[in-house]
Design a protein around this ligand. Sequence first.
Ligand SMILES: *Cc1c(COP(=O)(O)O)cnc(C)c1O
Length: 414
Amino acid sequence: MSQQQYTQAGGNGAVSGDGGARESALFPTYARYPISLVKGEGSWLWDDKGNKYLDFMCGLAVTNLGHAPRKVAEKLKQQIDELWHVSNLFHIPGQERAAALLTANSCADAVFFCNSGAEANEAAIKLARKYQQKVKGSGRYEIITFNQSFHGRTLATLTATGQDKVKEGFQPLPAGFRHVPLNDKAALAEAVNDSTAAIMIEMIQAEGGVHPVEPAFVQYISELCREQGILLIIDEIQTGMGRTGKLFAYEHYGIEPDIFTVAKGVGSGFSVGAMLGKGYLREAFTAGSHGSTFGGTPLAMAAVNATVEVIVEEKLAERAAKSGEYLMQQLKASLKDIPFVQEIRGKGLMIGIECAAPVNDIVLAGQQKGLLFVTAGPTVIRLLPNLYVSKDEIDQAVSMLTALIQEHTAVHQA
Ligand SMILES: *Cc1c(COP(=O)(O)O)cnc(C)c1O
């Protein structure tokens, strides 16, 4: 890519923070905003020029406890002085503790730790195939996922993803994936066949535009899976860890998946992923079947243990449900007379505002005014504040966002 193209893709083209206009030595896989964030505390971030921002994106649902949460920081600092890494060839007490904590607070019985969301989904796909083929002795290998879903960027998980833009140029893609429209029972029934190993779904399609799945459709999938011996995999990577008002979003629907995956919020920003499953799946993941050098290191587990303890003990999922209701109410009241705003949807502290036209300019204007949020597809504004967000911070964000949308629509009508 030329410097000029880089400039367009990367906003100002300069490497913010070094004061110069040299071309970055990074692959330009991100069209980065021209801001370098260097410090964070709670709901607030500061850039290298001292500007302050109210963070309503949380690294995309990662820093659910806010920035530099004290209890997690203390545990990490202690662990840094004790032990960082040992091989998974040894018992790792922190990993046992984290697995016990996660299974005690979910429908799962066993956990595999890895380092990212894509890896957690990759593990889920491998486990589903292996269980169906080795344990059940069936020929089942196919995974059904949904249009507009997002499951990651490895070859298998981008193939599972129901969006063409992540697949372009990466063919040939692995075989064994099939996509159907969300909330369409007939299409799903037609897609299921003798090869179906698993159905993989997000309870709220996050990257795909903040679309909650219809409860009746979730019930239908759950029954279909049980009747036909198909595994149900729920991708909780963005919806998990209290984000939607429950510790895991599947709890809203009164169902239990065979497998679910977490990552973003589970380490408060430390890179950790986990694949969790029912006890009968243990048989498929025996010694040598899967692994990861960095999966579940003592350092990562210090972050997970502290994070999960805080979320559970402080009942942060319930807090997110209440704050989310308040945020939703305030947004609906404040934006109700703006025709540009078409729908406000979501659960807990994952909220999408569907607009009549692309919203990227509003995101950029927000950054200049000191409010950080993201899109979910071209026309949806996505809000993901941390689980501790205060009433006052919500009020500030709603009033800033209202002004931003009003200014945007005024400019575009003029
Ligand atoms: C972010 C995300 C992933 C991928 O996670 P990475 O850590 O970026 O690999 C997968 N599924 C969902 C629902 C996500 O939001």
